[in-house]
Design a binder for this molecule. Structure first.
Ligand code: HEC
Ligand code: HEC
Length: 353
């Protein structure tokens, strides 16, 4: 897999950065949210596709027994996740990891905590056929179900052309297009970085400096504080990986079960990939407790304290932690008001067998 190569690259960058504390390569460490999102050539965003994706996102008919929608676990009326350490999937089966937020997800080059999906489209395909998520493992069950709903047939034709069929591919493309619209602009941080110097509190400004000094910025930089967004620096499908825990052996490993799950190694089985995780985004982090892939840190205070120790081998004072959190709070953007979609009706017959 390509990941490991880049992981080494990213560790090197991190090391260089820590030595010099001045940017040594062409990324801007602090970046505002851009006005546009990266969109793949093979799935251009259109109004009809986004609207269809939104219907699918809120449609319980994606699950075998009609019990779950995407929004159950990624609640976009709130922080884009469900506030649980583990989500409850089909028949209340707990998921292995905590559901991440979908806000600003368009800026990630790889998806999932371990970065195993190379695009939002691939990510959706995995979820839609994951029996522990929606109870459906055979894509034909889902395709036939949606194709049996006349208004969905019309909406897929409008979104993908009259010749297009309803398939796992087009379902995933519509969902991905909708997800690319989930953006939270104009956080206090964005306004500050764009030139409004009066917006951040003293504590947040101290926290911003501490975030840099302590070394958080070595990994959490760029548009989403998760490394490079899709673009020339890092292509879509290539992950920005780091070790977690980076310094193994602190008391937190056991206390927070940090080494039970070995990250992308669980997929690649390559020993060099053990404990490598995608660097996760930090925008809206105040809204998405509990923290980490296993949701083991219930508060941001714990998460920051653990990060400083496990990643930088540093013990922060309560004041430094409070300041960093004041800074992280400034990353909460403005969530757009959302109208629930009107879902296509099932014509006089239940779709649940
Ligand atoms: C039962 C809960 C559940 C449902 C329902 C669910 N998800 Fe997820 N989702 C998760 C969990 C848990 C993860 C993290 C899994 C991992 O990283 O291994 C995740 C990860 C994701 C990611 C990757 C986020 C990131 O930070 O990389 C995306 C995108 C996503 N889901 C979109 C969707 C969409 C679209 C739907 C509806 C088709 C959906 N999810 C339905 C639980 C759920
Ligand atoms: C060497 C790279 C690295 C450094 C340095 C680093 N982090 Fe992280 N951070 C990560 C990785 C990787 C994860 C994902 C952990 C996981 O998989 O649970 C993470 C997770 C987090 C989370 C939880 C995200 C979530 O959605 O649950 C927070 C908060 C966070 N980091 C803040 C910080 C702060 C604050 C600092 C500085 C004290 C810092 N990080 C330093 C790599 C790093």
């Amino acid at each position: 897999m390509k990941q490991s190569g880049f992981a080494i690259f990213s560790l090197l960058i991190g090391a260089l950065f820590l030595c010099f504390t001045i940017p040594v390569f062409a990324f801007d460490y602090f970046q505002p949210l851009p006005n546009t999102v990266p969109v793949p050539d093979n799935n251009p965003n259109t109004v009809f596709k986004v609207e269809l994706g939104k219907q699918l996102f809120f449609d319980p008919r994606l699950s075998l027994d009609g019990s779950l929608t995407c929004n159950n676990c990624h609640n976009i009326a709130a922080g884009g996740e469900d506030g649980r350490a583990q989500s409850l999937g089909y028949k209340q089966t707990p998921t292995r990891r905590s559901a991440p937020t979908l806000w600003n997800i368009a800026y990630q080059t790889v998806l999932f905590w371990d970065g195993r999906a190379r695009s939002l489209e691939d990510q959706a395909k995995e979820h839609l056929t994951d029996a522990n998520i929606f109870g459906i493992s055979d894509e034909n069950v889902l395709v036939e179900r949606l194709a049996g709903i006349p208004e969905y047939r019309r909406n897929f034709a409008r979104a993908f052309g009259e010749q297009a069929t309803i398939s796992l591919d087009t379902i995933a493309k519509a969902l991905a297009s909708f997800e690319r619209t989930l953006i939270t602009p104009d956080s206090p941080f964005d306004k500050y970085i764009r030139g409004n110097n009066t917006l951040l509190s003293e504590a947040a400004l101290r926290g911003m400096e501490a975030f840099r000094q302590v070394g958080c910025l070595a990994c959490h930089f760029g548009v989403n504080f998760a490394g490079p967004a899709p673009g020339p620096a890092l292509h879509m499908g290539d992950g920005f990986y780091e070790l977690f825990p980076n310094n193994r052996g602190s008391k937190y490993d056991k206390q927070y079960h940090l080494t039970d799950d070995k990250g992308i190694y669980e997929v690649t089985k390559n020993p060099a990939d053990k404990y490598l995780w995608r660097v996760p985004p930090l925008r809206n982090i105040a809204l998405t407790a509990p923290y980490f892939h296993n949701g083991s840190a219930k508060t941001l205070v714990e998460a920051v304290r653990i990060m400083a120790k496990t990643q930088e081998n540093k013990v922060l004072s309560d004041q430094e932690i409070a300041d960093i959190i004041a800074f992280l709070n400034s990353l909460t953007g403005q969530r757009p008001a959302l109208l629930l979609p009107r879902l296509p009706a099932t014509p006089g017959v239940t779709v649940f067998k």
